[in-house]
Write a protein that binds this ligand. Structure first.
Ligand code: NAD
Length: 499
C-alpha cells in the first residue's frame, strides 16, 4: 500500500490534507504526508462555545443512552481497526502490531464505558438525625479538553472520551501537532457513529488542529471544566498551573522513568523477554517504556550479555513491514536527544552497547537508531531524567534496600515491576514501603497495561488516573445531598439554635 492508499483508507483525502501551514511528516522516511490548516484562537473560542451548548443538551440524555453512542463507536472502530491502525503506524512510526493494539485499546475502553453507563453509582449514607438520610450523586461536569501526545495518537484520547461521553461531557481534542491525522480520521469515524446514533447534539467531539498555543487556550478557558493532558512533565507543569489558577479540574498523565528489579530468584527467560519488549517496544517511546534495569549482582553476568546479544538481533526497519520489531524515532530532534544522553552516559563512566544511527542509507531523512543498553556505575542525573528514546540504563544491587532506594530515587512515578519468585520480596515491592509508582507489577514488564485498571502515576508523572477502575469519577462532579423527610429541623452535631 502507498502512503496515499493508507490515508485514503482512513477516509482522509486531499481536501482534508492540504491547504495549510502545519506540515505532517511520517517518521518512516520523513516524507511530508499533509500540510494542514490550523485553527486560530477565535476558532478555539467558537469550539468551546459549541462544546458548552452541547453539554447543556448531553447532560440531560440518560447515561445508558449516552452509552449507546459509545457502543456504536466501538462497532465502527472494530470495522476500521485495520485502517486506523495502519494510519497510526504511518503517522507515529510504531510497528503495525502496536498500531493495531492501540485501536484495540480504544475498542476495549469503549466496551468498558458502555457497561459503566449503567453503573455510575452513588451512595446512600446514614444520617445522624432522625427522619433524614443522605446520599451522594454524580453529575456531568462540563466540556472536557483532551490534550494528547504523539506516541499514543489515539488510545489515550479514547480512554478519556469514552468515559467523558458516558459521563455526560462533550470533548474537545487537541492532538499532538506531530500526529493530527489520526485525530482527523478518528473524528470521521465518530461522525459515522453519530449518524447511526441519531439525536446527539452538535459538537460532542471537536478536534483542534494546532500547536502548543491551542492547548494553552483550552487550559486557560473557564468554560472547559476538565483538562486531561497527556505529555511531558514540562507540558504538565504549564497546564497544571493554568488550570489550577481558575480552579478547573486537571487529569495529568506525564513522563515516566520506569524500572524493573531483577531479583536472584527471577525466572530469567521470562525476564529477558519482558525486558526486550518493554524497553524497545515503540522504539522506547512509550510513557511506560522500561528505562532502568536494577539487577542483583549474583545474576548480572548471566543476564546482561544475553540481553546485549538479544538487542543485536532485533529486526529494525519500516514499521509497516512484517517481522520488524523496532521502527523509527519520531524525528531528528528525538535522535539528537538520544545521542546527547549517550554522550552523557560515557562522561559519567558508563558503557554503551548499541545506540548508533541505523538505516541512514535507505532513509537519509528519517531517524532510526539501534536501541542502546547503558551499563551505569551509579544512578546519575541522566538516568534520573526521561529521555524519550530506546536507552536502557542498567545498574547492579546487592541488598534489597539498595534496590528499592535506586528504584524510587527518580522524580517520576509511573510504572514499575519486579521479577522475582520470592513471595516476600514481591509483596514487599507492592507494599506501602515498596514501589512509589501508580503501576506496580510482578513478573511482567512495566508497559502494555490493560484498560480495566486505573492508569497513571505519582510525583512528576502528575497524579492523574484514566481508563478503568473508578477513573470515571474524574469526569463527573460529586454532590452530597441531605434530605429531611421529618417535621422537625434538628441541626447536625446537636447544635441548639432556637428562634
Ligand atoms: P509534549 O509534552 O511535547 O506534547 C504533548 C501535547 O501537549 C501536545 O499536544 C502539545 O501540543 C501539547 N502542549 C505542549 N505544551 C503545552 C502547553 N504549555 N499547554 C498546553 N498544551 C501543550 O509531549 P510529546 O513529546 O508529544 O509526548 C511524549 C511525552 O508524553 C513523554 O514525556 C511521555 O512520557 C509522555 N506520555 C505520557 C503518558 C502517560 O499516560 N503518562 C502517555 C503518553 C505519553
Amino acid at each position: 500500500m502507498t502512503y496515499q492508499d493508507i490515508l485514503n483508507a482512513a477516509d482522509l483525502y486531499d481536501a482534508d490534507l492540504t491547504g495549510g501551514t502545519l506540515a505532517v511528516h511520517t517518521p518512516i522516511d520523513a516524507a511530508r504526508i499533509a500540510q494542514l490548516k490550523t485553527h486560530t484562537a477565535d476558532d478555539v473560542s467558537t469550539m468551546i462555545a459549541t462544546g458548552v451548548e452541547a453539554f447543556r443538551a448531553w447532560r440531560l440524555v440518560p447515561a445508558p443512552r449516552r452509552g449507546e453512542l459509545v457502543r456504536l463507536l466501538a462497532e465502527e472502530l472494530r470495522a476500521e481497526k485495520e485502517n486506523l491502525g495502519r494510519l497510526v503506524t504511518l503517522e507515529c512510526g510504531k510497528i503495525l502490531q502496536e498500531g493495531l493494539g492501540e485501536v484495540q485499546e480504544m475498542i476495549d475502553i469503549c466496551d468498558f464505558a458502555v457497561g459503566l453507563s449503567r453503573q455510575l453509582y452513588g451512595l446512600t449514607i446514614a444520617s445522624e438525625r432522625p427522619g433524614h438520610f443522605m446520599r451522594e450523586t454524580w453529575h456531568p461536569m462540563g466540556v472536557c479538553g483532551v490534550i494528547t501526545a504523539f506516541n499514543f495518537p489515539v488510545a489515550p484520547w479514547c480512554w478519556n472520551a469514552a468515559l467523558a461521553l458516558v459521563c455526560g461531557d462533550p470533548v474537545i481534542w487537541k492532538p499532538s501537532e506531530k500526529t493530527p491525522l489520526c485525530a482527523l480520521a478518528t473524528l470521521k469515524i465518530f461522525e459515522k457513529t453519530l449518524a447511526k446514533f441519531g439525536d446527539a447534539p452538535n459538537g460532542l467531539l471537536q478536534v483542534v488542529v494546532g500547536e502548543r498555543d491551542a492547548g494553552e487556550a483550552l487550559a486557560a478557558s473557564r468554560d472547559v471544566a476538565i483538562i486531561s493532558a497527556t505529555g511531558s512533565t514540562r507540558m504538565g507543569n504549564a497546564v497544571g498551573v493554568k488550570v489550577a489558577e481558575r480552579f478547573g479540574r486537571c487529569i495529568l498523565e506525564l513522563g515516566g522513568n520506569n524500572a524493573m528489579i531483577v531479583a536472584p530468584s527471577a525466572d530469567l527467560e521470562m525476564a529477558l523477554r519482558a525486558i526486550v519488549f518493554s524497553a524497545v517496544g515503540t522504539a522506547g517511546q512509550r510513557c511506560t517504556s522500561l528505562r532502568r534495569l536494577i539487577v542483583h549482582e549474583e545474576i548480572y553476568a548471566q543476564l546482561i550479555p544475553r540481553l546485549v546479544s538479544a538487542y543485536e538481533g532485533l529486526p529494525l526497519g519500516d514499521p509497516l513491514a512484517d517481522g520488524v520489531l523496532v521502527g523509527p524515532l519520531i524525528d531528528a530532534p528525538a535522535f539528537e536527544r538520544m545521542q546527547g544522553a549517550l554522550e552523557q552516559v560515557r562522561a559519567d563512566g558508563g558503557t554503551v552497547h548499541g545506540g548508533a544511527r541505523a538505516l541512514a542509507d535507505r532513509y537519509p531523512e528519517a531517524s532510526y537508531a539501534n536501541p542502546a543498553i547503558a551499563e551505569m556505575p551509579a544512578q546519575t542525573d541522566i538516568v534520573r531524567q526521561e529521555t524519550f528514546a530506546p536507552i536502557l540504563y542498567v545498574m547492579k544491587y546487592r541488598e534489597w534496600a539498595e534496590a528499592m532506594a535506586l528504584h524510587n530515587g527518580v522524580p517520576q512515578g509511573l510504572s514499575s515491576c519486579i521479577f522475582s519468585t520470592d513471595l516476600r520480596e514481591a509483596e514487599d515491592f507492592l507494599s506501602a514501603v515498596g514501589s512509589d509508582c501508580g503501576l506496580a507489577n510482578v513478573n511482567i514488564g512495566p508497559s502494555g497495561a490493560e484498560i480495566g485498571g486505573a492508569f497513571g502515576g505519582e510525583k512528576d508523572t502528575g497524579g492523574g488516573r484514566e481508563s478503568g477502575s473508578d477513573a470515571w469519577k474524574g469526569y463527573m462532579r460529586r454532590q452530597t445531598n441531605t434530605i429531611n423527610y421529618s417535621r422537625e429541623l434538628p441541626l447536625a452535631q446537636g447544635i441548639k439554635f432556637d428562634i
